[in-house]
Design a protein around this ligand. Sequence first.
Ligand code: CA
Length: 458
Amino acid sequence: MPTNHYQKKDSDWCHPCDCYLEGSLSSSCDQQTGQCQCRPGVIGRRCDQCANPFAQVHISGCQIVYNGCPKSFHSGVWWGETVFGGSAVQQCPPGADGQASRYCDQDVGWALPDMFNCVSQTFAQLKDVFGNASNFISSNSVFFRPIYPVTTNACRCPKGFTGMQKSYECDTEVDLCYSSPCGHHGTCMPREGGYTCLCLPGYTGVNCEVNMLSGHCVDGVCRHGSHCTSIRSATSAMLSSMPRSLASRLPSTTSLETGGFTCSNCTRSLYHTSTCELRARRFAKGSFLTFPALKQRHRMLLKISFATRTSDGLLLYNGRYNDKHDFISLEIVDGAVVFSFNLGDDTTRVAASLPHGVDDGDWHTVTVDYLHRVVLNVPSELLKNHDALIDEAFPILLLFTRRCASHRATCNRFLDLTGPLQVGGLPSLPEGRRVQQQDFFGCIADLYIDHKFIDLNS
Ligand SMILES: [Ca+2]
């Protein structure tokens, strides 16, 4: 190893001695510690400092500087002799861009160097890219990207919602249909906190993933004790029961490999879906259906068909029964359809009717489109005699409640429905109730909540 290099114990690296010529007796150093041979009074591994802070290294040893700070090495930079009260300015150390400075104080000597403006060359390149970009504020060594402090409470948003930049109210809905969860066999309809797939005929499942035309039986797909029968085995059974002479005349494409299945043996075969869910039910005094509470707080789309010859009845109710809690209800009152809702304060009612009333024994369909807080939109299209739309009979009603317009105001903004969703009536109640009707006499069919079919047998 050359004498002007050294290697620390247990190190693989060899370093140059780099002795400071003016303070050293030679250019060689200790082969393990790297210590250069210093002139008298000179210290430091490189012999570049004086023990006396007001002295500087000189060819003849340390010499006191009386009117300023001595030449010295600090933070990778040589600082030249500087008068008291002045500042030395030097190029930043190798590898960095910019200039560093150091103040010379009469009482304490050198201050610590100001290296704030020394930046890496990588930063200098970034600054060229971002320095003038919007939303960035840059100094010589730091980028700032401002964030906007929030002076109100921050909300943790429920699934399907996000906050707007200014109010953080979780009032921006995320379109959960964005990723096309229903695939090619269904149409995705966004709803509060989720989505509903409207499946093409022959497809079922949450995401229309079950193919009844060419797929195989899936556990649980046929509801309420109905049997899943594969079409293949049905064909096979049919063939085996045929006289051989007849079976042999069938085209050879009568394959046993077609696949597909049907749900058979529905107990109520007249009104059921292809998976044996019940579409329609008859209600009388004291009969009703109970479902889990609606979780929608912000918006919902209810669709229900009914037929009755009674001018009053309760189609649907959700909420507790005393007068302190939120509820929604859909009633028939004097032959008119009345939708009521309460967010915690007053009850809002919207009525719609036909000239001769809806209690004519025909099927009618009512759609309630509830939209959070500001607008109640009831385009209650009444489908009479199946598909004829009589929209003149049901005007679109818009009710504006302005008191909640400011998001800082204390306000009952959301539906908070507890208790079960009741369809076709309420149980007998000891105390007063929120709605005028308790029972429904007639038939209810095709109940949809946010486009999702509700099985009336569940
Ligand atoms: Ca409420």
